[in-house]
Design a protein around this ligand. Structure first.
Ligand code: ARG
Length: 464
């Protein structure tokens, strides 16, 4: 008989109870209870398999299933008492099961260890979260396509070095964000596919002597197959790292979009309007409308990057197989999941609600001599070497700066001062409309290319 003062589950070889501080320091129940559903799901599959394998009787299996259903109901009703003394979600649930159904509850852990149990739980948990995140990511991408299509003809300045470079269409700019998210989605799916193998049956580290059927539990839990090596199964946390790498990259992309939204809503740019519900005011400056949501998404990128580094460092130099260190995988992973979910939700709600200030964008594109390259290209087409054309345009721009005129505002006579190669057809390329329409190839900024890209993107999304 186990001494009542020592741990019920593993107290057999101990002569004194765990120090109260140590119990608190080593316990994970405060955070891993979040995986209760997956823990019970894994136990139901394990009990089903044990009966098939002849280790449990049908009655025992049914009692376990029934007891676990009651435990689930208690947890969901908020009446379950989580205990630090019982260390983690696994032992809390097992103890509650035994309290409900008696000695049969203690048979559930046959041929299993908390090491393969926790490895299974986290994978199930993360898989569920990935599926939710994939939906949210798709919703954001749909929102982007919605405004990209609406803004296919809207002209704005395109930037390099944050200096006006060439005119682009707003829809084209939004489709650049879409592409970043396409790659994120594909990374997320890679991660899901690679992690979807069942470690259950690896037991503590070496496998088990019982005639377990790993294919059956893998199948019951929706995994593609059992993992190959028991030592690797209980110690592998690559999937958590891969997820955080995905999450960091996604947050990096969202932070870039956020930065542009913040710039664009400023009085200096004045390109877009964010609805009031995504902004807050200032307690002292009555005129302020702050773009808090994009600012926070930008800021939260930091903690997600931190979680990636945290997990990489956690796993660095860990010897095989399971080590208690691994208990530290959960909090960073959970926070990465929550931050990504919330940030995607904020973006997916906000993006379709953006309105563009077309005139302001157009004026800005005109202000920076954004069609200068078009004028050079025009001269080249007429036979002038590119270097000479560059020189002619440079002089025209200098004149424009002096006289306060954009290239398209100058008369033919004014332009011909710099080169008599310039003819009246120059105005087809000097206007902003002409400039964007001329970039008419796959991946170019021409409005009809933007519309074609939106149509292609819609078919990609429909295939998910
Ligand atoms: N709470 C532990 C964790 O989160 C479960 C596995 C513990 N296994 C052990 N032998 N101590 O990783």
């Amino acid at each position: 008989m186990t001494d009542q003062k020592t741990n019920q589950q593993w107290g057999g070889r101990f002569s004194e109870p765990t120090d109260a501080f140590v119990a608190r320091y080593t316990a994970s129940v405060n955070f891993d209870q979040r995986m209760y559903k997956q823990d019970i799901q894994g136990s139901i599959a394990h009990a089903t398999m044990l009966e098939q394998a002849g280790v449990l009787t049908v009655e025992e299996r049914d009692a376990i299933h029934q007891g676990l259903a009651e435990v689930t109901a208690d947890i969901e009703a908020g009446t379950f008492e989580w205990s630090i003394e019982l260390e983690d979600v696994h032992m809390n649930i097992e103890a509650a099961l035994t309290a409900k159904i008696g000695i049969t509850g203690k048979k559930l852990h046959t041929g299993r260890s908390r090491n393969d149990q926790v490895a299974t739980d986290i994978r199930l948990f993360l898989r569920d979260e990935i599926d939710i995140i994939a939906k949210e990511l798709t919703r954001l991408q749909e929102g982007l396509l919605f405004i990209a299509e609406r803004e296919a003809d809207t002209i704005m300045p395109g930037f390099t070095h944050l200096q006006t470079a060439q005119p682009v269409t707003f829809g084209h700019h939004l489709l650049a964000w879409f592409e970043m998210l396409q790659r994120d989605y594909s990374r997320l799916m890679d991660c899901r596919k690679r992690m979807n193998q069942s470690p259950l049956g690896a037991a503590a580290l070496a496998g088990t002597t019982y005639p377990i059927q790993r294919d059956l539990t893998a199948q019951l839990l929706g995994f593609d197959k059992p993992t190959e090596n028991s030592l690797d199964s209980v110690s592998d946390r690559d999937f958590a790292i891969e997820f955080c790498a995905f999450a960091s990259m996604l947050m990096t992309h969202l932070s870039r979009a956020s930065e542009e939204l913040v710039l664009w809503t400023s009085a200096q740019f004045n390109f877009i309007d964010l609805p009031d519900r995504f902004c807050t005011g200032s307690s002292i400056m009555p005129q302020k409308k702050n773009p808090d949501v994009p600012e926070l998404v930008r800021g939260k990128t930091g903690r997600v990057n931190g979680h990636l580094i945290c997990l990489l460092t956690l796993m660095k130099s860990q010897p095989l197989a399971y080590n208690k260190d691994n208990q530290e995988d959960k909090e960073p992973l959970f926070d990465a999941v929550d931050t990504v979910r919330d940030s995607l939700r904020a973006f997916a709600d906000m993006i379709p609600a953006i309105t563009s200030k077309k005139e302001s964008m157009y004026e800005a594109a005109k202000r920076g001599f954004s069609t200068a390259t078009d004028l050079a290209d025009y001269l080249v087409v007429k036979g002038m070497p590119f270097r000479d054309a560059h020189e002619v345009v440079g002089k025209s721009v200098a004149y424009g700066l002096e006289s306060g005129k954009d290239l398209s505002d100058m008369t033919l006579e004014e332009l011909q001062v710099f080169s008599d190669t310039i003819q009246s057809d120059v105005f087809d390329v000097l206007t902003l409309e002409g400039s964007v329409a001329a970039r008419d190839h796959i991946g170019g900024t021409a409005p009809n290319q933007v519309r074609a890209a939106v149509a292609r993107a819609k078919t990609f999304l429909a295939q998910r």
